[in-house]
Write a protein that binds this ligand. Structure first.
Ligand SMILES: [Zn+2]
Ligand SMILES: [Zn+2]
Length: 426
């Protein structure tokens, strides 16, 4: 966070201003996650100056003469004011003398915290007591916080009551951001629907036509749809048997890596090679204590340039996303070219940390392994030059598993597209 002074304004208040509502306007640029307003000055004891605040769309609160400062953020606010998104545009501090016997001077000081772009560590697939999970949202967020996660997507099956509960907390609990979601669970596959509290009033679909209509309706409302565990067939209805058309996101990594994950990874790579900008996601699909499934494994990393849920949705849409097996294992370093970046040339920076000797780094260009490095240190920073007409480039890190004689992934990035990435919305 970076503290920024937005306005300092000196005002003279006179007895003839009694009852007048004065606006002290200020411009709020995009990207602020909190705002504070302070009245500084010696207001005479027998005078009262009422205070309020308006954003570009509405009055955000009014504290009358009872306060001389206001704090507002995405998640908290001074009583009498509404927390939530801080829209860019013309704001105004509202001042009105309620009692005044003689003139006085007051300084209005407005400051804000500008969001610094960074990676959010998320689990985009979890279940709670709102469907077939064991933990309530308080327990789930406590566990997420101790695991080091910044964000959970509330993907309970075919219900939205988890989103209603989370909305009461401003989608923020135990320092964990909560993305409203639902796992649309049908007999022909499951899909996570992200970003809306109530994406569909009725989730039931009977045939391909109904499915297609519902999918379009949900997307038109602004939700992001990701098909889940598309190749799992160990239980009825898990495998994706609906059309892949209109799909924007695919969960290639669901809990522990297995052969169905590899099939999903290959299908995704095939789509990318054909120029389909499909964003790969991961999620633990945790339902409770388990020997196999762990909250935050895999971790989905989202590069956010805006605060709150807007930033999360923007990162998802851009494909500024990569996946790791562990929250504290192999990660991208600060210099790495961010997946989803636009207007890149044919030299990209691969920067990795947390590596171990014997691991393998693959640089994939247009569906083919372009370069492979056998790791001998804990970090790797290289510039890779690919053919000038490349379409996309991405990175994977593998470890060799001796027991099963197989290379298993530790990190998978989404592509850096030469001509820009991201979902193309209709
Ligand atoms: Zn599922
Ligand atoms: Zn699930």
């Amino acid at each position: 966070m970076a503290k920024v002074k937005l306005l300092t304004s000196k005002l003279q208040v006179h007895p003839q201003d009694l009852g007048v509502l004065v606006e002290v306007p200020f411009e709020l640029p995009i990207g602020y996650q909190s705002l504070s307003v302070e009245l500084i000055g010696d207001i005479p004891e027998d005078s009262v100056l009422d205070l309020g605040l308006a954003d570009p769309n509405r009055v955000r609160g009014w504290s009358g003469g009872s306060r001389s400062s206001i704090f507002l953020s995405l998640y908290k606010a001074t009583p009498g004011y509404l927390r939530g998104e801080l829209p860019r545009g013309r704001w105004a501090v509202l001042l009105s003398p309620y009692e005044i016997t003689r003139a006085f001077e007051v300084v209005v000081k407005i400051e804000g915290d500008l969001y610094c772009p960074h990676w959010l560590k998320s689990d985009l697939h979890v279940h709670s007591l709102h469907s077939d999970g064991c933990w309530d949202l308080c327990q789930l967020t406590e566990r997420a916080k101790s695991a080091g996660l910044d964000l959970l997507a509330l993907t309970d099956h075919n219900t939205i009551s988890q989103n209603v509960e989370a909305s009461g907390w401003g989608f923020f609990k135990n320092d964990v951001l909560l993305l409203p979601a639902m796992e649309w669970t049908t007999r022909k596959g499951h899909a996570n629907v992200f970003g809306l509290c109530d994406p569909m009033p009725d989730w039931r679909v009977n045939d391909d036509e109904e499915f297609s209509l519902k999918m379009q309706e949900v997307k038109n409302r602004g939700a992001l749809v990701s098909i889940n565990h598309p190749y799992d067939d160990f239980a009825f209805g898990l495998k994706w048997d609906w059309s892949y058309e209109k799909v924007q996101f695919i969960e290639i990594w669901n809990g522990p890596w297995r052969s169905s994950s590899e099939l999903a990874r290959r299908a995704w790579e095939k789509a990318l090679s054909a120029g389909v900008k499909l964003v790969a996601l991961g999620g633990s699909d945790v339902h409770g204590p388990s020997d196999w499934v762990e909250l935050g494994s895999p971790t989905t990393w989202l590069y956010t340039t805006l605060p709150g849920i807007s930033g999360v949705l923007e990162a998802l849409n851009k494909g500024a996303v990569y996946l790791t097996r562990d929250i504290d294992g192999v990660t991208l370093g600060d210099k790495a070219t961010v997946p989803g970046s636009t207007n890149v040339d044919n030299i990209v920076t691969i920067d990795l940390k947390g590596l171990s000797k014997g691991q393998r780094v693959d640089v994939i260009c247009d569906g083919q392994c372009f370069k492979s490095f056998l790791v001998d240190k804990t970090t790797l920073e290289v510039q890779v030059e690919v053919p000038i007409e490349f379409r996309y480039i991405r990175t994977e890190v593998y470890r060799y598993d001796e027991t099963f004689d197989v290379w298993l992934p530790l990190l998978i990035t989404n592509p850096i597209w030469r001509l820009g990435g991201g979902i193309e919305h209709e």
